[in-house]
Design a protein around this ligand. Structure first.
Ligand code: F3S
Length: 69
């Protein structure tokens, strides 16, 4: 990951094809992820994580659907 002036925060991305709707990520980070009617997690606040850089969400997903960009 390239940091430019320490400002560049990683942004989480959910691979909709992989997400099985387990709900772990919105439970962990409701400001970053939300479940929608398709029962998939969607990123609503890619910049909202200010504690773990979304690494906890990445680690919590059972199907590795979350990646950081
Ligand atoms: Fe889906 Fe993984 Fe979140 S299965 S609901 S992206 S923790």
């Amino acid at each position: 990951m390239k940091l430019e002036g320490g400002e560049r925060m990683p942004k989480p991305i959910v691979d909709i094809e992989l997400c099985i709707g387990c709900g772990a990520c919105p439970e962990l980070c409701p400001e970053v992820f939300e479940m929608r009617d398709d029962e998939k997690a969607h990123v609503i606040g890619p910049d909202k994580c200010n504690s773990c850089d979304c690494q906890a969400a990445v680690d919590s997903c059972p199907v590795q659907a979350i990646t950081l960009e």
